[in-house]
Write a protein of this length. Structure first.
Length: 185
């Protein structure tokens, strides 16, 4: 049986689309095992390059979950799809910021079933999780901090730049989580 994650990695490589896997799948690599029913992949593409992604969608036989993909992607920068045989949702996230470009370049390759898959670096997974800020995301940050040695200076450099987007002091929240983990809490 094929693996949707490795199939996705191979299809993106064949299409020469820069990418990194983020979200729960990346937490599985860096943190604690947990149930996740989706694959979130950030692409080094802008929405105008949607046709390239639709080629990957077609190759993988994914079902697009919106009626007008071009309009939806233009508005949200996300193309939600479903890998029907596994039931996994696959969200293609378009990007344009200098941060996302750098994060894609920093991605680590992990070999799964003989296939190289590019995962966001642990620091970038932490940044993404801090931006999301839900209780599950903050717990994911704790588990990554417990399991990995991370470049805290890199995280401290980027988080304040997202304070306006997050609507909270995410650096302060990160510092609290970091102290708790360092103190063994």
């Amino acid at each position: 049986m094929s693996n949707p994650l490795t199939d996705l990695a191979q299809a993106l490589e064949r299409a020469h689309i820069p990418y990194m896997v983020i979200g729960g799948q990346a937490v599985l690599v860096y943190g604690e095992p947990r149930l996740t029913r989706d694959i979130d992949v950030t692409l080094g593409l802008e929405p105008v390059q949607l046709p390239l992604v639709l080629g990957v969608v077609q190759e993988m036989d994914l079902r697009v979950l919106v009626g007008d993909p071009a309009a939806f992607v233009e508005k949200t920068w996300v193309l939600p799809t479903l890998h029907e045989s596994s039931g996994l949702r696959v969200d293609f996230i378009f990007s344009w910021t200098p941060y996302e470009s750098q994060a894609i370049e920093r991605a680590h390759t992990v070999t799964i079933g003989g296939v190289p898959v590019r995962f966001a670096a642990s620091e970038d997974v932490i940044i993404h999780k801090m931006l999301a800020g839900r209780p599950r995301d903050l717990e994911d940050v704790r588990t990554i901090l417990r399991k990995q040695t991370v470049d805290v200076a890199y995280i401290r450099d980027w988080l304040p730049r997202f304070a306006d987007v997050a609507g909270q002091d995410i650096l302060e929240t990160f510092e609290q989580l970091y102290r708790e983990v360092q103190d063994g809490l």
